[in-house]
Write a protein that binds this ligand. Sequence first.
Ligand SMILES: NC(=O)C1=CN([C@@H]2O[C@H](COP(=O)(O)OP(=O)(O)OC[C@H]3O[C@@H](n4cnc5c(N)ncnc54)[C@H](OP(=O)(O)O)[C@@H]3O)[C@@H](O)[C@H]2O)C=CC1
Ligand SMILES: CC1=C(/C=C/C(C)=C/C=C/C(C)=C/C=O)C(C)(C)CCC1
Length: 271
Amino acid sequence: MKQLMVVLVELLLLLLDLTYCILCAALQTLLQPRLKSVEGELCLITGAGGALGRLFALEFAKEGAQLVLWDCNAAANEHTARLARDLGARVHAYTVDVSKREDIYAAADRVRAEAGDVTMVVNNAGVVAGRRLLDCPDELLERTLLVNCHALFWMTKAFLPQMKARNHGHIVTIASALGLFTTSCDYCASKFGAVGFHESLAHELQAENQGGIKTTLVCPYIVDTGIKELRSLIPPLEPLYTVQQSMKAILGEQQMVCIPRLIYIPFLARV
Ligand SMILES: NC(=O)C1=CN([C@@H]2O[C@H](COP(=O)(O)OP(=O)(O)OC[C@H]3O[C@@H](n4cnc5c(N)ncnc54)[C@H](OP(=O)(O)O)[C@@H]3O)[C@@H](O)[C@H]2O)C=CC1
Ligand SMILES: CC1=C(/C=C/C(C)=C/C=C/C(C)=C/C=O)C(C)(C)CCC1
């Protein structure tokens, strides 16, 4: 009799466990945003030879997008291109220094002629000087602002007109948690600029009824990509996890994503 009771209780627990799992799965499915398809989209990624840029390229390739890869590091960019082609993607790779406005415009013209109209831009290229203000050469400080912030203006001016003509496109800004609160001078200034740029662009598109053009802001905590200037006591994020979370936000056409969610705390405290 006692043994039968034990078996019954165990069966009941198993049933409860199963119900809980089914409810969780159903809730997750219901709450998950619909993810759009990027099959056939022409997706340009800057800094595609770097750690996150390469992973973005491979994720977009898996999703069926055609790729335009930009990086100032030709060898690293070509390596990403090869990996993406191995996944079956059509890839155009260009060596471009996005700190130079005229280089961006010239490369954009080449892309239009050789690959067609870009429908998605992932502004991912980024640098950091990582020195205290008074110890840092002016050129290094300037470079951070040019690559992380000014380039967003020129990239958008180069590719937004064709998106507007079709009211279709997506502009992604890879900023940083350091675009929401401060630690290092040049990097934070540039990433605050990136966040401000993203927010203003989103407002401008909304005011112009260009609802078909989406914008997504990505603000990750430190990622384990080897940028030695970005260190903290708390362990860094895994690059693949960071990119997969970003992809969910991009394909879900989310306005913004903080990775991890804890980063929303300083963001909300800002208001
Ligand atoms: N790693 C981190 O902890 C975090 C990174 N981010 C942001 O994510 C983005 C990607 O970072 P991550 O992958 O770690 O960085 P990486 O340094 O690994 O990659 C950046 C890539 O951009 C290239 N690049 C640098 N300057 C230029 C330029 N002027 N023109 C074209 N390409 C350029 C780099 O080339 P080269 O190697 O030759 O310099 C490199 O290939 C950046 O915007 C960064 O600020 C945000 C939060 C945390
Ligand atoms: C404020 C804050 C945090 C610290 C964040 C830090 C230190 C972020 C550094 C980010 C960097 C260096 C990004 C590079 O692009 C925690 C611990 C997540 C908890 C939530 C509040």
